[in-house]
Every structure is written in structure tokens, then in C-alpha cells.
Write a protein that binds this ligand. Structure first.
Ligand code: ADE
Ligand code: ZN
Length: 339
């Protein structure tokens, strides 16, 4: 089914990289802060988050995330986000869910994942958008926490979970410290992706590919600093989940014109578009597609096709999503995206 919420003129989209807590809109955060009797003025003023550099961002993110205290908060968060991007033309999304954040909010990991799943199922019933959960281990919580997250991810009690990711502060620890967690996820058949090449450069990307063997990378954009590594990404067909607005907000690159997306795509690296933590970076999925359009005119549908081809879904679902994308593109009069 094609989401009914999006008009036919809306380019079909797909998003592989958005953190569930990172979708918390300031208005909802303020509502929760009032309910919980918390003062959030240190990081939320004039209806916007005050983020700064990555270290400051992480503190703001965690401060906002713990405002979510109840199962219904996570259900609403997932539902609202998916309905909002369906309205922008999204057919599919992968939500990065962090059991550690759920526990910090006072829930069990199971209650947290199930609450988000209820919101996701409801969003699909409401407007047709298909979604899956990618469990993240948080790197700066250490290898044991990441291994614990992997064991939760592989539990068949959570059918929305189809992938595993390493998030958090890339400057901490070595990729190899997390190899055991990735082995657990791989052996269970989960799709694998990891944040790398965001805060750190090519050595971090290489270490991640060697030690964790993911199919995709969260960000990965700093690989562009090393032509041999770019050739490796192309040769191995590694798919990048590129989040230009996040990179701009965190100062990973100074302006859009110098963002590596264009160089990477022109070098033959597979890339998709995503919003990471949209209200924290004053962005959304449609804005990311607009940014990419200004760098690489006419490629929007190819980003969507690449995302669906790299999505952590079963093959019948992938086929259904590709068919929906093509049907929508035909209605738009857009030429079919290159495969
Ligand atoms: N967690 C939430 N947003 C993140 C990002 N941009 N990088 C790493 N971990 C994150
Ligand atoms: Zn991320």
C-alpha cells in the first residue's frame, strides 16, 4: 500500500537512520517537562534545543530523552514521527532504538521496545508507512553494555527488530572492542550498521569495517578524506546513511557546499539520506532531500531506491516497497531511479 497521507506530488522517500529519542519535538518535550516537574531551560529555549558541539549535543540528547517516562510516551513518539514523515512522502523508516535509554527512562528494555512497536504498527495502519527497529548499543557505555544491547536485539520476542547498530561517541574505544556484540547480532541474522566516519576520520571507518563487518555505515562521510577508502566502500558496496543536516549542525563540515555527499556519490559510493535527530538539528527528512537536491540535482529517487535496496527487511517487503516507490514515481512523472 502507498501511504495515503502523502500527496502524489511528493517524491517517495525512505529513511534508514533516525534515533527514536532524537525525534522528540520541543513542544512534546515541554509537555513532558511540565508533567514531570523538570526544568529544561538549560537546553531548550524559545522552542528550540541548544545543542553546540557533539559532546554538548549528547548531554542535551540524554537530558531530553529522560523526559520520556511512560510506555505511552514512546508509543506516541514513534507514531507521531512516522506519520509526520509519511506526510513528506516516506514509504519506509528504520528507527534506531536504544534499550539503554529506555532503561534510563525507568522502563524495562522489553516494555520500551514493545511500546515503540505499538506506535509503529499503529502508524502503518493509519497511513501505510512500513518501519523496523534497529537496536543500538551506545559506544561510550562500554563493550559490556553494547553486548547486552545485542542480546536484547536478537531476542525473537521483538519482531520489529531487524538490525543492530553502534551509536554514541565514536572517539571512545576501538571498534574491535565491540566485535563480540556484532558477532552475536550477525549470528542471529540481523542486519548490521555502525556509526563511523562522523566525528573521526578514515582510520575509524577502516577499523569499523575490519572489526565489525557492517553492510552499512551511519554517516561514513569522513571516508571521503581518503581515496583508497572511498574505493573500498565502492568495491564492497557499503551503503552510507548520510545525514547532511546533522553534520552541518555538529560542525563536521562547515557548509553544505563542502559536504562530502556529492564527492562520495560521484565516486560511486552508495548513499541514502536521513535526518539523525531532526529537531535537535533543526531539520527533517524532506529538508535532507532538498539539501541533496541542491548538491546532486535529480537524484532523489535514487537515494530512495538505494535505501529500500539496503533496508533490513525480508525480500517480499522489499519488493512491495520498491513497487510502491515506482508507482509513486510514475504518478509524479519522474524517470525510474537508476538501480
Ligand atoms: N546518538 C544520537 N545521535 C547520534 C549521532 N549523531 N552520532 C552518534 N550517536 C548518536
Ligand atoms: Zn545517528
Amino acid at each position: 500500500m502507498i501511504p495515503a497521507a502523502a500527496g502524489p506530488k511528493t517524491l517517495p522517500k525512505a529513511e534508514l537512520h533516525v534515533h527514536l529519542e532524537g525525534t522528540l519535538q520541543p513542544a512534546f518535550a515541554l509537555e513532558l517537562a511540565a508533567r514531570e516537574g523538570r526544568d529544561v531551560s538549560a537546553f531548550l529555549r524559545d522552542g528550540a534545543y541548544r545543542t553546540g558541539d557533539f559532546t554538548q549535543f549528547l548531554a542535551v540528547y540524554d537530558g531530553a530523552a529522560v523526559l520520556l517516562r511512560r510506555e505511552e510516551d514512546f508509543e506516541r513518539l514513534a507514531f507521531d514521527y512516522l506519520v509526520s514523515i509519511a506526510g513528506m512522502g516516506a514509504l519506509y523508516a528504520e528507527l534506531l532504538v536504544s534499550p539503554d535509554h529506555g532503561v534510563a527512562s525507568g522502563l524495562s528494555a522489553a516494555a520500551y521496545l514493545r511500546a515503540a512497536a505499538r506506535g509503529m504498527a499503529r502508524a502503518e495502519r493509519r497511513c501505510g508507512i512500513v518501519s523496523r527497529q534497529i537496536v543500538v548499543g551506545v559506544r561510550h557505555f562500554g563493550p559490556e553494555a553494547v553486548e547486552r544491547a545485542a542480546r536484547i536485539a536478537v531476542d525473537p520476542a521483538f519482531p520489529f527488530v531487524t538490525g543492530f547498530n553502534l551509536a554514541g561517541d565514536e572517539r571512545q574505544g576501538r571498534a574491535a572492542d565491540f566485535a563480540r556484540a556484532f558477532d552475536i547480532a550477525r549470528e542471529a541474522g540481523l542486519g548490521l550498521t555502525a556509526h563511523a566516519g562522523e566525528l573521526c576520520g578514515p582510520a575509524s571507518v577502516r577499523g569499523t569495517l575490519d572489526a565489525l563487518k557492517p553492510e552499512r555505515l551511519g554517516h561514513g562521510v569522513r571516508a571521503a578524506e581518503d581515496p583508497d577508502l572511498v574505493a573500498r566502500l565502492r568495491g564492497e558496496g557499503i551503503v552510507l546513511e548520510v545525514c547532511p543536516g546533522s553534520n552541518l549542525a555538529l560542525g563536521i563540515c562547515p557548509d553544505l557546499a563542502s559536504h562530502p555527499l556529492k564527492a562520495l556519490v560521484e565516486a560511486g559510493v552508495k548513499a541514502t539520506l536521513a535526518s539523525d535527530d531532526p529537531p535537535f538539528f533543526a531539520t527533517d527528512l524532506a529538508t535532507e532531500y532538498e539539501r541533496a537536491e541542491s548538491l546532486l540535482p535529480g537524484r532523489g529517487l535514487t537515494f530512495t531506491r538505494t535505501a529500500i535496496e539496503a533496508a533490513f527487511v525480508d525480500e517480499p517487503t522489499r519488493r512491495r516497497l520498491l513497487d510502491a516507490m515506482l508507482a509513486r514515481a510514475m504518478a509524479l512523472g519522474a524517470p525510474p531511479a537508476a538501480g
